[in-house]
Design a protein around this ligand. Structure first.
Ligand SMILES: [Fe+2]
Length: 305
């Protein structure tokens, strides 16, 4: 007889999948709006464009392969409807999602302080905030370069408009952090969760246990999906965890050409490199497996897978 428990990790993973989907959906909106309203010569377009690379394409593919009639329905107990329900719920819910709370990492972490105490998720807090601050400094320097005098001369009004330079900096930082840090933290652990399907089988046959008594190994095996489904779960997790685009600060297309702005980008890259050395040193001292999802070289610029 061996015990079978639904772990806290499984609940966290369900939320993680919803959080991953939300980074995709929200950034598609930012992508659409950026292309609709900003010229390719606009400094904000040049700032955001690398972080929006391929997002529309992967979302289109995702809708075709994962949603209606796709993998979500064939491999997951909750299916498309259940996933939509999860995404609509609080904590990671779209209905109650606000950029200045849920989309702003320090504010989001303050609200979900419970997560800080769950083992390796402490590293998500520490590493995430470190890279967040580097991105914010990069955006601040970049925006100051272009907007200081512009804002002063025009006096940007409130009411749905940017109230001041800090408001603009905060908003753009949140966009880029969501495209990069947030998506990397929830996307790339997928294979580690689903690569061993009994730990995260996506569907179980029969009725769930109604109490916490240990289940027999036979009951556990009977509840698990067949080999074909398990193989597909592993393959999907593997594909979705692949990195196909460049790392944070290393852009496929170099939109920023202004020499002063190139210098600001260079400083951002130097800081990311220092952060990488810091995280690598701290990972070496870790007794648990290293948390390397937020090493800057492991964070793609955009939601592109
Ligand atoms: Fe993704």
């Amino acid at each position: 007889m061996e015990a079978c428990h639904f772990s806290l990790d499984q609940k966290v993973q369900s939320l993680q999948i919803s959080a991953e989907g939300i980074t995709h959906l929200l950034m598609e909106g930012v992508d659409l709006s950026t292309h609709r309203h900003l010229s390719v010569y606009h400094p904000i377009y040049k700032l955001l464009a690398p972080h929006l690379l391929n997002t529309m394409a992967i979302n289109k593919k995702g809708r075709e392969l994962l949603l209606d009639g796709g993998i979500f329905d064939s491999l997951m107990s909750v299916g498309v409807k259940g996933s939509e329900h999860l995404m609509a719920k609080r904590i990671v819910g779209l209905v109650t999602w606000h950029l200045d709370v849920d989309g702003t990492l320090p504010e989001d972490l303050k609200r979900r302080v419970v997560c800080v105490n769950i083992g390796r998720r402490m590293r998500y807090v520490y590493d995430g905030l470190k890279v967040y601050e580097a991105i914010k400094k990069y955006v601040t320097n970049y925006i100051h370069l272009y907007y200081s005098e512009f804002i002063t001369e025009l006096g940007v009004p409130g009411g749905g408009r940017f109230r001041n330079l800090d408001h603009l900096i905060q908003t753009l930082t949140s966009f880029i952090v969501t495209c990069s840090v947030q998506h990397a933290a929830v996307n790339f652990p997928q294979y580690n969760f689903s690569g061993f399907p009994p730990a995260y089988p996506t569907e179980l046959a029969g009725s769930p246990p109604i109490d916490k008594r240990p289940q027999t190994m036979e009951a556990v095996l009977n509840a698990l999906p067949g080999v074909a489904t398990l193989t597909e779960i592993i393959m999907v997790g593997n594909v979705l965890s692949a990195k196909v685009t460049n790392a944070l600060g290393d852009f496929e297309t170099m939109y920023i050409q202004d020499l002063k702005a190139v210098q600001i980008l260079h400083e951002f890259r130097v800081e990311l490199s220092e952060i990488s050395q810091l995280f690598t040193a701290s990972n070496k001292q870790c007794r648990v497996p290293p948390y390397d999802y937020l090493l800057p070289e492991n964070i793609p610029n955009s939601v592109s897978i």
